[in-house]
Write a protein that binds this ligand. Structure first.
Ligand code: FES
Ligand code: FES
Length: 159
C-alpha cells in the first residue's frame, strides 16, 4: 500500500489538495494539514462531539471519519460558520449568553446547533437537548447553551 495518497477536499467552500496517510482521520487532516484548528479532539472515540463537522450537510465526528471518505464531499468546519467577517447568529448568541467557558466543546456545539436550527427552525428545549446529545460540555451545565440556541433560532426566524 502507498505511504501517502492524494486527496482533493472541499472545505468551507474552498478546494484543497493534500497528500496524506491512507488511514488518516479527517480530524487530523483538518488540524494538521490544513491548520483548521477550530475543530478539537477530545475523546478521539466518537463520544464527546468536540470534533464535529458537517460532511455533506450531516454532522459527523471527524475523529471517526477516514479523510478518504471526504473526497468529493462538502466539509464545513467551525471556521466556515461565520458569515464573512460577521459571526453567525448562533456564534453571536453564544457570546451574549456566555455559552462557552473553557470553549473546548464550543466548535462542536456550534456545528451541531447550526445543523439543528437548519433542520428544526424553532426547536423546543427537548429538541435542542436531543440535537446536541452527541456534544458533551464539562463547564456550562448546558442551560446557557440552550438559551443561546433559542436566541439564534429566533433571530434566524425573524430574518
Ligand atoms: S474527539 Fe471525536 S467524538 Fe470526541
Ligand atoms: S465550555 Fe468547557 S467543555 Fe464546554
Amino acid at each position: 500500500m502507498a505511504d501517502r495518497i492524494d486527496l482533493s477536499l472541499k472545505i468551507n467552500g474552498a478546494d484543497h489538495s493534500v497528500s496524506v496517510h491512507p488511514f488518516a482521520r479527517l480530524l487530523d487532516v483538518l488540524r494538521e494539514e490544513l491548520r483548521l484548528t477550530g475543530t478539537k479532539e477530545g475523546c478521539g472515540e466518537g463520544e464527546c462531539g468536540a470534533c464535529s463537522v458537517l460532511l455533506n450537510g450531516r454532522v459527523v465526528n471527524s475523529c471517526l471519519v477516514p479523510a478518504v471518505q471526504a473526497q468529493g464531499a462538502e466539509v464545513v468546519t467551525v471556521e466556515g460558520l461565520a458569515e464573512g467577517e460577521n459571526l453567525s447568529s448562533l456564534q453571536a448568541a453564544f457570546l451574549v449568553h456566555n455559552g462557552a467557558q473553557c470553549g473546548f466543546c464550543t466548535p462542536g456545539m456550534l456545528v451541531s446547533a447550526t445543523d439543528l436550527i437548519h433542520r428544526c427552525p424553532n426547536p423546543s428545549d427537548d429538541e435542542i437537548r436531543d440535537g446536541l446529545a452527541g456534544n458533551l460540555c464539562r463547564c456550562t451545565g448546558y442551560a446557557k447553551i440552550l438559551d443561546a440556541v433559542h436566541t439564534a433560532a429566533e433571530r434566524e426566524a425573524a430574518r
